[in-house]
Design a protein. Sequence first.
Length: 462
Amino acid sequence: MRLKTKILIICCISVLFSSVVCSAAVYILVRNFSMDAAEGQSFKDAIAAFSKLDDDMTALQVQKDDSVDERVLEYILKKQGDKLLLCFSSGEEKEIFNSTVFEKAGLEKLNHSPIDTMGVERARLRWQGSHFFVYRQEAYDSVIFKLEDIDYVWERMRLLGIGLLVLTIAVTAVVCVLLFIILNKVLHPLHELSAGARQIAKGRYDKRIIVKRRDEIGELSDNFNQMAEAVQLRTESLEESERRRTLFMGNLTHELKTPMTAISGYAKTLLTVKLPEEDREEALSYIYEESCRLERLSRKLMNLLLMEEEDGIDPVEVSAKELFHKAEEACRRNLAEDGICLECHEKGEVFCVDEDLFTEVLINLIDNARKASSAGDSIILAAKENVIEVRDFGRGIPEEERERILEPFYMIDKSRSRKSGGAGLGLAITAMILKRHNCKMQIESKVGEGTRIICYCDWHYQ
């Protein structure tokens, strides 16, 4: 059973029960009030009838305890014209005046109770669906009964009961209709949430719910949107990771294929063809150089994989002077061969880093600056407060290439990079190491004017 149906049934039952209870309470209160009013009025009417009889008898100078000729008493009662006034002899069941079907014996059997100092007693009588108050008084050596018809009270109560029943049904029906409309409006966001969940299940992670309310359902819609946003970001991240992994494997295959093909070709030539000594040495030299390039490539790949798997690093305090010295020593030979000068500037700054990993960062940045520079150019390595920067005055990086240069195997000038022994992994490893250090890297570059790479380090001591 759906939630809306359950709420509708529960609310309708509650409204119906409340209406029935209220109607019953109203019915009982009105009935009691009406009966009290009818009882009071009937008593007044009965007393008035007895008083008029007394007045007529007094006019004839007859007292209540006197015996009266039955014909006189009958005449006076007929003169009153009240057909619900009955009179019987005291000693026997002789009718003096009776226009009804009731007998004295039957009226005497009623449970009479005294209600007045005048000797008036009252009882209730129900006969063939009719209701009466019966008032009894003994006077003039006879028993006088006065019947008061109260059927009008029960007719009113019957009409009231029917009215309350119709009103209860009408109120319940109206409430059910209004409740149905309100529930449709209130639960509409839940239908949207359900539809949104189905869309996400089908792979449409961009589905969002428009939050129009600030109640619990509105909060649920907002939480759903946050969940959908997280799912979309996670899915996009996984898709991007898969794309990068596919690209990585494709680039890796391409990078390995070229030197392996050359090595295989030269090795086959050496095995099957007798070459002159000069050609033989050239082939062996090429095999050696490509083998060294494969070794460097495998080492950088291993560093990159280790960077992705490591959970943390163990930083120590290292001076900028020591970091610059190690990086300069590692790059001295290549810089000298290309005729490029490295200028180091520091003022005693101290950084809290992993010494070996951060030295690798500086070596990679210097090596990339070297590849972008020409003979006679300078590279500046400087430290200032919590910043280390490497600047060259070489070719520069086109704006559209700046985001991609951090991807593994991506190279702007592939022919020049391969000629210098590059594989496009240096900056990828650098970015990974800086990320492990909670450092940020900013690249500023203009084509033809050079490049400035700035590393903002959080772990820094002056």
